[in-house]
Design a protein around this ligand. Structure first.
Ligand SMILES: Nc1ncnc2c1ncn2[C@@H]1O[C@H](COP(=O)(O)OP(=O)(O)OP(=O)(O)O)[C@@H](O)[C@H]1O
Ligand SMILES: [Mg+2]
Length: 257
């Protein structure tokens, strides 16, 4: 049987707290709902909290155990009730470590072919931890807020993606309020010279869902933020479909030629 083409997507930001983990939890849930096979990886090993967003803060076997050679990767994969798998990180300080990109790549390689999407949550900043994840992934999405400090930091992520030749897919603008003076999506696109893949409004339902430890697309599926997370998921799947169409055409022309 043919192995699946897996997209290994890193979600990054240089500024902390912009909404990376919220995005990973909701994108994983939305893609799974749409029938995709997804693995969410918590590669934020220093300030890990994907497990908390997903309602499972403590896992017995984690990415750190795999990286230290103490466990097999299949023993650190867990099924979430929302229909995707999670490769969690340990939240205890005792297991603090900074992996090399080659070590992460090795783990991603072992789980790829097994999923349509591997979504990697990363640490904020441009330290070794974040850079390893960006280098190890095939594609990067940058999360930012519509504020100059976050946008300036987003530029740095885009440069780092270029440095490692990881394809920068575009930007998610989170916590949009449409306040006076707030930069618009077109201004953000031209400031960053990168496409905005989607935006998510400031929405109290997001905070309420995090308190409930349940992604907002599941907790409040009709909220503005949930609709916007689903739109972004659809866009990512659409790109996947169009990439597949191109390869079918190329094959057809190759065959005719
Ligand atoms: N669209 C939104 N509307 C309202 N609040 C939001 C939204 N997105 C995120 N938040 C708030 O921002 C907080 C930080 O989000 P999150 O943990 O996803 O950021 P992060 O980029 O992963 O942070 P870190 O850099 O620390 O890993 C959330 O706990 C939530 O309270
Ligand atoms: Mg986070």
């Amino acid at each position: 049987m043919d192995e699946k083409m897996t997209r290994i997507l890193c979600i990054a930001s240089a500024k902390g707290g912009v909404g990376k983990t919220t995005f990973v939890a909701n994108l994983a849930s939305a893609l799974a709902r749409a029938g995709k096979s997804v693995i969410a990886v918590d590669a934020n090993l220093t300030t890990s909290n994907l497990g908390m967003h997903l309602g499972i803060p403590m896992y017995p076997t984690t990415l750190q155990d795999v990286l230290k050679g103490r466990a097999r990767v299949k023993d650190a994969l867990y099924y979430h009730p929302a229909g995707f798998r999670v490769l969690p990180a340990d939240i205890s300080l005792k297991k603090l470590m900074l992996p090399r990109s080659s070590e992460l790549m090795d783990v991603f390689y072992k789980i790829s072919g097994n999923a349509d999407f591997i979504l990697i949550d990363t640490a904020a900043g441009l330290g070794k931890e974040a850079q390893s994840a960006i280098e190890a992934a095939d594609e990067v999405i940058t999360v930012t807020n519509p504020e100059l400090p976050a946008m300036t930091d987003a530029l740095k992520v885009i440069r780092i993606a270029d440095k490692y030749e990881t394809k920068h897919l575009g930007v998610i603008v989170n916590r949009v309020r449409h306040e006076r003076g707030e930069p618009g999506l077109d201004e953000i696109e031209s400031f960053l010279d990168a496409p905005v893949l989607g935006h998510v409004h400031e929405d109290n339902n997001v905070r309420a869902s995090i308190r409930q430890k349940n992604p907002v697309v599941l907790h409040r599926p009709n909220s503005a933020a949930s609709r916007q997370f689903r739109q972004i998921a659809a866009k990512l799947m659409g790109e996947e479909a169009s990439a597949a169409d191109v390869s079918i055409l190329q094959r057809l022309f190759g065959w005719l030629g």
